[in-house]
Design a protein around this ligand. Structure first.
Ligand code: NAD
Ligand code: MG
Length: 411
């Protein structure tokens, strides 16, 4: 859990433990999901600051060729390919280099524990990020958190482990990084978090139009170039719902104090309002390398050549209320937070299934929310889940959701 205000009494010092700067040793970073959108941008940051950071571990799920190319360029101590079917191909591709090659989900958990790793960037997608994140926390590694599903599924458990092991979490999600930056130096409670949302590609669509939208349309996000899963989550606004849950756990703020505001230009990355009515926000050109770099270098800010805001050519900045009638996934995420327990884990699992089903034509756009809602009603509710309960819930909810998907003739 991160927090530099008094929202939570025992986590204040955690923020300041890492990255004091000025040291000579390179910070050794393990990137879980180095071949993805966040992972590749993280490697750009590392390449641009080779005097500060080194890629110690690189991992991927299937794209072993790209992983091999990255390994050749960055010379990590080890690489992991989660899908074991690609192990031999990857091993052979790197046989001339002194790089250890591992395969399988368990290996992800083991490599992050290495003494040499100083920070773990969780840039893999979905529930699969939970076990290695927990392994990293137990090993005392500071987390640069991109994998929001970890906090959605098990935020309470993650916070407990972070406190136990004195591990800080540095947010990479742009909104949470903005909130984090707005909180620097504050000691008073948060009155309200203003969580901005682009609204995605279907912001102006009617419900009728939403009935026939295709995956290709959903994959065209107006402001951000991201992996397929989060891009579709942005189109349904489940992504924003997940970010509400993520914000609750990261900043210790109840959901009724987290206001989602649709801001199509994605310039204001989020804001915090305080007891005196003052609002602090962080602004910038949409570029994920900014929050990634800050998570690596905090509390320092490093030089970058990323685009700067041009105040005089910027279009109007506009703000709208979200419409939970057209974007029901946002309402379902809030609902899961109110119910608590394993309900967000149920929503996450059902969402992973329908997200994929929509992508491959087995579920229409508006059906995604229906299936998630039915899964919430049918899956076993557990008020105080353990880690094992989360694993079982994930399996059960996936099964229930999958039973409801089917090839969709209209897609
Ligand atoms: P992506 O699909 O582009 O990349 C995912 C990476 O994770 C790949 O390297 C892939 O090989 C690996 N991976 C996927 N499934 C895996 C599994 N089961 N086991 C091991 N490795 C696996 O995704 P992305 O857009 O980079 O997003 C990564 C995470 O960051 C997600 O949780 C997303 O919500 C979050 N995030 C992304 C952005 C963004 O701009 N892309 C912004 C904020 C948050
Ligand atoms: Mg975000």
């Amino acid at each position: 859990m991160i927090n530099n205000s008094q929202q939570s009494k025992d986590t204040t010092p955690l923020l300041h433990r890492e990255g004091q700067g000025g040291g000579s040793a390179l910070k050794q970073i393990a990137i879980l999901g180095s071949t993805g959108s966040i992972g590749t941008q993280a490697l750009q940051v590392i390449a641009a600051h080779a005097d500060r950071f080194e890629a110690r571990i690189l991992t991927a799920n299937n794209r072993w060729q790209l992983l091999a190319e990255q390994a050749r360029q960055f010379l990590p101590a080890a690489v992991v390919i989660a899908n074991e079917a690609h192990y031999e191909a990857l091993r052979d591709a790197l046989s001339d280099l002194p790089i250890a090659v591992y395969a399988g989900a368990d290996a992800l958990c083991q490599v992050v524990e290495s003494d040499e790793v100083d920070m773990v960037l969780t840039a893999m997608v979905g529930f699969a990020g939970l076990p290695p994140t927990i392994a990293a926390i137990r090993a005392g590694k500071p987390i640069a958190l991109a994998n929001k599903e970890t906090m959605v599924v098990a935020g309470e458990l993650i916070n407990r482990l972070c406190r136990e092991h004195q591990v800080p979490i540095l947010p990479v999600d742009s909104e949470h990084s903005a909130i984090f930056q707005s909180l620097i130096g504050e000691v008073s409670p948060i009155e309200k978090i203003i969580l901005t949302a682009s609204g995605g590609p279907f912001r102006t669509f009617t419900k009728e139009q939403l009935q026939t939208v295709t995956p290709q349309m959903a994959l065209r996000h107006p402001n951000w170039d991201m992996g397929a899963k989060i891009t579709i989550d942005s189109a349904t606004m489940m992504n924003k719902g997940f970010e509400v849950i993520e914000a609750k756990w990261l900043f210790g703020v109840e959901p009724d104090k987290i206001q989602v505001v649709v801001h199509p230009q994605s310039v204001v990355h989020s804001a915090v309002q305080f007891a005196d009515g003052a609002v602090k926000a962080q602004l910038g050109v949409p570029d994920m390398r900014v929050p990634i770099q800050l998570a690596f270098s905090f509390p320092e800010r490093l030089q970058s050549d990323f685009d700067r805001l041009d105040w005089f050519t910027m279009h109007d900045l506009t703000f709208e209320r979200p419409d939970t009638d057209r974007f029901r996934c946002l309402a379902l995420a809030y609902e899961s937070l109110h119910q608590g327990g394993n309900m967000p884990c149920i929503v996450n699992a059902a969402n992973e299934v329908v997200n994929r089903a929509f992508l491959v034509g087995n579920c229409a756009f508006l059906e995604m929310a229906d299936i998630i809602e039915k899964t919430m009603q049918r899956a076993t509710f557990i008020q105080q889940p353990t880690y094992e309960d989360y694993l079982a819930t994930d399996k059960e909810a996936r099964r229930i959701a999958a039973e409801q998907t089917h090839p969709s003739p209209s897609l």
